[in-house]
Design a protein around this ligand. Structure first.
Ligand SMILES: [Zn+2]
Length: 326
């Protein structure tokens, strides 16, 4: 039997992927909590208020080296993409845990031809390797796929138990699920703010699709207003044309990341902006290009921008990247 250290992806202000009314950071925390509840003292649940990716938490871990590390995520892509997979550091062979996990999660979330991916471009696998920890990241299906989300939401216990089993950890005690059925009883007199309701929607308390529409309506809320707020909180641009044009100071420069770039690495301000140090990815293609005000130029071909998801970060905009500075 192994001991497990569970990292819940994103967090600390980074919601991760948002789709189908759910935030990745919230969902993987529900799962992580359940793994801890069921695994008892064989499991350490990493501080869920942190973003281990952004704050480089793995490099400062002090747990003993016989812990197995699992980092929980959900994938995001086109709505049709489905399936779970395990990610390990490029150049390594999967160990017995990786193989067991890949078999389990791809069985629960079918749809990918490759169930173990080796990645050389992710920081946390490299950080764990440098520290001598056995590490893998699980993408527990696509949050952008309604069916995968359904499997995830209705199978959190199954998922938690299955992951534990891959490490030879059985359920420690008879515990009842803490998954609370979405019972919503808004007070008939005191209405919550749109933002509060939107947060509840993101937390999964109002269901999905038509159910959500009906519940919100029944509780006296305007579905479209709430949904617009949900999208805003998720960082989705709903109607950019209706946004008030910001008065632009004439001297300010902007950088545009072209729609042809699927991803763009962002780096914390205090590290060298080189591959491996990134704290996340922007998705210019998803938004038909992204434009940011340039806040600073800390070095040649590097600019500082303010992002909604990652806060203030540096990006590399050298020749050949396609970035346009105006
Ligand atoms: Zn993620």
């Amino acid at each position: 039997m192994s001991k497990l250290f569970v990292i819940c992806g994103h967090g600390a202000g980074d919601p991760g992927a948002c789709a189908n009314g759910y935030q990745e950071a919230e969902r993987v925390r529900v799962l992580g909590k359940r793994i801890k509840e069921l695994g008892g003292n064989h499991v350490i649940l990493g501080d869920m208020s942190r973003n281990y990716y952004a704050d480089n938490g793995i490099s400062s871990l002090t747990i003993s080296k016989d812990y197995q590390i699992v980092e929980l995520h959900m994938d995001s892509a086109a709505a049709t993409a489905r399936g779970a997979h395990v990610i390990i550091k490029g150049g390594l062979d999967p160990d017995k845990y990786d193989i067991a996990l890949a078999k389990f999660v791809s069985g629960m979330f079918p749809g990918r031809s490759i169930s173990i991916s080796k990645r050389g471009d992710l920081a946390n696998p490299a950080r764990a390797y440098a520290k001598g920890y056995a590490y893998r990241l699980i993408e527990c299906g696509f949050i952008s796929n309604a069916d995968d989300v359904k499997v995830f939401n209705s199978g959190i216990d199954k998922l938690a138990k299955g992951i534990l089993k891959c490490f030879g950890i059985g359920v420690q005690a008879t515990t009842t699920s803490t998954e609370v059925k979405p019972v919503v009883k808004p007070s008939p007199t005191v209405k919550k703010t749109v933002e509060q309701i939107a947060q509840e929607v993101l937390a999964g308390k109002w269901g999905n699709g038509n159910t959500r529409k009906q519940k919100l309506k029944a509780a006296g809320y305007d579905y479209n207003t709430v949904q617009a707020k949900v999208n805003e909180l998720c960082g989705v641009k709903t109607k950019p044309t209706t946004a008030k044009p910001k008065p632009v100071a004439p001297k300010k420069q902007t950088v545009t990341l072209p729609a042809s770039a699927p991803t763009w690495r962002v780096y914390p301000l205090n590290v060298a902006p080189v591959v491996g140090n990134e704290c996340g990815m922007l998705a210019p293609a998803r938004y038909n290009g992204l434009t940011y005000e340039i806040l600073a130029k800390p070095q040649k071909n590097v600019v500082t921008i303010q992002t909604q998801t990652f806060g203030k970060v540096n990006i590399y905009v050298g020749k050949g990247t396609g970035a346009i500075i105006k």
